[in-house]
Design a protein around this ligand. Structure first.
Ligand code: SF4
Length: 213
């Protein structure tokens, strides 16, 4: 009931991801070689629940890395579901195809770090791909949100200020969501809780900012 506000959703977690974020709390999913369910298993499961579920949230890992993501979303749409994807934005071409073919209804994209810190946080030099994805979203009519994770020792208020400035420059008019880092038993990298509490009042921006716990 939380992942796609307004819609009762099932969440599918796709294994694998090209990034290796220091704060990632899904190492089992990111590092898994294969999933626990086949596409067919999932479609059969969902076909028996079309009356009860409004939407499917594709999360991960990174769902746009999945080789058959376009056809899979098409199947979900044909079953009458709304489709939301959570993405790190590293596959702009796939994102473009999903949007152009009307295969998704909502996109949540993670703005993980400003360009100068992207490699440090994500361990892959993919800011340009992410930036292209943002451009695609801004050039489309797609309903989307941008979100960042805060509260760990890799990101501070200054970094979020840089992100907010960039979003403002690109014309972002929606809510910018900040979500708190949760140190679970296992994380992918070496993130720790930040020693200083994150003080939102230090941000100088006219963007609408909302904290998510
Ligand atoms: S937090 Fe980073 S490493 Fe983990 S799934 Fe998301 S993009 Fe991949």
């Amino acid at each position: 009931m939380l992942d796609y506000p307004g819609y009762l959703s099932s969440i599918l977690w796709f294994c694998g991801c090209k990034l290796s974020c220091s704060y990632c709390y899904n190492p089992n999913i990111v590092l898994a070689q294969e999933g626990q369910k086949t596409e067919e298993d999932i479609l059969v499961f969902l076909s028996q629940r079309t009356k009860f579920i409004d939407a499917i949230v594709l999360s991960g890992g990174e769902c746009t890395d999945y080789h058959n993501i376009l056809d899979f979303c098409r199947e979900l749409k044909q079953m009458g579901f709304k489709v939301k994807i959570d993405t790190n934005g590293t596959n702009p071409n796939t994102l473009q195809s999903l949007i152009q073919n009307d295969l998704v209804d909502y996109i949540a994209i993670d703005y993980k770090a400003p360009v100068n810190k992207y490699f440090q946080i994500c361990k892959r030099d993919m800011f340009d791909a992410f930036s292209d994805s943002l451009d695609i979203l801004f050039d489309s009519n797609m309903d989307f949100e941008v979100r960042s994770t805060i509260g760990y020792n890799g990101i501070d208020v200054h970094d979020i200020q840089l992100i907010a400035d960039d979003l403002f420059k690109r014309g972002y008019k929606k809510t910018y969501f900040l979500q708190k880092f949760i140190k679970s038993e296992q994380i992918l990298g070496c993130a720790e809780y930040s020693s200083k509490p994150f003080d939102c009042s230090l941000l100088n921006t006219s963007l609408d900012i909302e904290m998510r716990s």
